[in-house]
Ligand binder design. Structure first.
Ligand SMILES: [Zn+2]
Length: 78
């Protein structure tokens, strides 16, 4: 394991750039990145462990699937 330090570069998902970009560690918690700043747009945010947050489309799809499932018993798929 590498020991992270303030100012280190780290990959993370930037919500503004909508992709994984280089980030600089702004704050550490328990030896892990807590806050990072995007090297491309300089926006600061919590470290997301390189995970993209669900998009509105994905949230809508999940809501629709949940609604459809609660409406009626779906036909059994073979
Ligand atoms: Zn960015």
């Amino acid at each position: 394991m590498f020991e992270l330090r303030l100012g280190d570069d780290i990959d993370d998902f930037c919500i503004k750039c909508k992709r994984i970009t280089n980030h600089v560690i702004c704050s550490l918690m328990d030896g892990k990145a807590a806050k990072v700043r995007c090297r491309s747009c300089y926006s600061e945010h919590d470290y997301r462990n390189e995970q993209a947050p669900p998009t509105k489309k994905e949230l809508k799809k999940a809501a629709e699937a949940a609604a459809a499932a609660s409406q009626a018993d779906p036909p059994v798929a073979d």
